[in-house]
Design a binder for this molecule. Sequence first.
Ligand SMILES: [Cu+2]
Length: 646
Amino acid sequence: MSDQAELPPGRLSRREVVLATGVASVSALAGCMSDETPPPEQESPSASTVTTHSSPALERWVDEVPRPGVVDPTDEKDGQPYYEIEMTEIEQQLHRDLPPTTVWGYDGQFPGPTIEARQGEPIYVRWQNKLPDEHLLPVDTTIHSDIIPYETPGVRTVTHLHGGNIESESDGKSQAWYTRDFAATGPEFEQKDYYYVNDQPAATLWYHDHALSITRLNVYAGLAGFYLLRSDEEDALELPQGEYEVPLVLQDRSVTDDGSLFYPAAIADEQSGRGKSHPEPSIVPEFYGDTSVVNGKAWTRLSVDPTTYRFRLLNGSNSRYYTLTLLEYDESTGKTGNEGPALVQIGNDGGLLAEPVPVDDRLEIGSGQRADVVVDFSEYAGETLLLHNDAPALYRGDMSSADDDIVPLHEILLVDVADGSGAADGSGAEDATGGTTEESEAAPEGTTEAVPNELAHVPEISLEDVDTKRYLTLTADEDEHGRMVHLLGTEDEPDGLAVDDPVTEEPTVGDTELWSFANLTDMSHPMHLHLVHFQLLGRQPLGEYQSTEDELDLDALESPKAYEQGWNDVITVHPAEVVHILVHFGEYEGVFNDQTGMYMWHCHMVEHEDYDMMRPFAVRPASESEKDPASEAQTEAETRVASESD
Ligand SMILES: [Cu+2]
């Protein structure tokens, strides 16, 4: 097995990068693929053939960033709050100077309304599909046409609670899709009402569409929103709240002059087909929009008081990475200046960190990831700041180069800090914000105080607790049309498996596993596991890791960055790197809860997830695995276990 870190011959000799309508080939990474010879039919990469869709030049920073609404329960079910949330097609103005844009929203909003949940208080949600018969965006019907009935009328949707430590039946798996009014349902559809037990640490969760092979289109159309899980422990910290706690979903979009969302219908690609013609519409390997959209508005500004704020950052873009910092900004010249106030991270995907961590460089946030940060603006009264992104569109971590920035997006959000008069001390500001009196009284106290030095108890998962190790590959291949297909593989199948190949990851509830992601491609991937939150053990170069070695050399690992500690459900794996994560399936030292059944793990760049960088995993009950470790149909197993326990 000594060769398993080597790349399959010819596999990744070129890189197809789709811009809005165009394609560039980007040569393979030099360092990790130097011994590879290009296949003879390969043409030279040529940036000159790139054509891009350009969105209209909109005046920046004219609209204030909207705050997502909060949705109220519509009823009760089994004594718990019950929400009925409709997905509908709506018109929404994305910018002052654009005509209204047709988007899809939950509860009539893009992004969807925030669900405010509390630890220990379960809720039910019925995600009602009320979408039109026709998709808003071009659907490629060649992907998994054997398991997706593309001829079925209606738009397939299914809502996944990202970061939810929840039952399999409510997970929102990609094949649990359904069309309008549940007229047609996918093979893994089980129930209409989803049950969210909320038995996990307070965290910034989010919900979004997850329908098999059209997730990229449904999310791009607008189907995503926040789910903020709160707890008494978190409340006791008196973190900034009310007006001083701002959820911000960062997205990139492209639009046309009439305001329509633009998403490429095909790979306009003379180069990559090797003489083969692509289907049309065709999926594109990645999508990068040229317009920054925050909370559903393009090029927005955020007005703040010179005090401390809590920002719930979510990367809701399809493929784009962000590396963020706040810079001083001269709005009249458009020039950036010195570093602004530090982003101080207090939480990530799965909840609060043990202690606040100033982000000393830039905050890297991949698609699907959340960063819970506080920022103290008190030294910046009267100043203008820019939330600045430095990640090139095609992101490779430290290996990134300027050539990778095929669709630049550096300016994300303008922040206006009010001058110190009046509003600064928090004593008079809240009346002007339109908040309720109760909120106004609650908000100011914690906002100007320093954030507590101790935030949460985060029990550490130890390598010594590992029951099972899995070596998992991130790889790519070419399909019969000459298009790139991204895949996930295993030690036995390093070249990758399809989403509908039999399940190969079958942890037992109560076990701890070491998952080692080996990235054989030339770009960074944000890898996501449903159900669980995991801890990053460390990273190392691909060439230095032999999966057959019994012991992992901890000294050889690059340690997690401070803000990567704690509970993650997305982790970035850079090119030619192995990332080791420790995953416990089930309750762990008083946090999280036991669940069994089928879930998914996948790259969260949704173009990759759709084709075909997604795999199932099955959490087996402890009793079942003792009796029969071989895989059986999970539904049968669950039925059996359930009936035995009755
Ligand atoms: Cu990916």
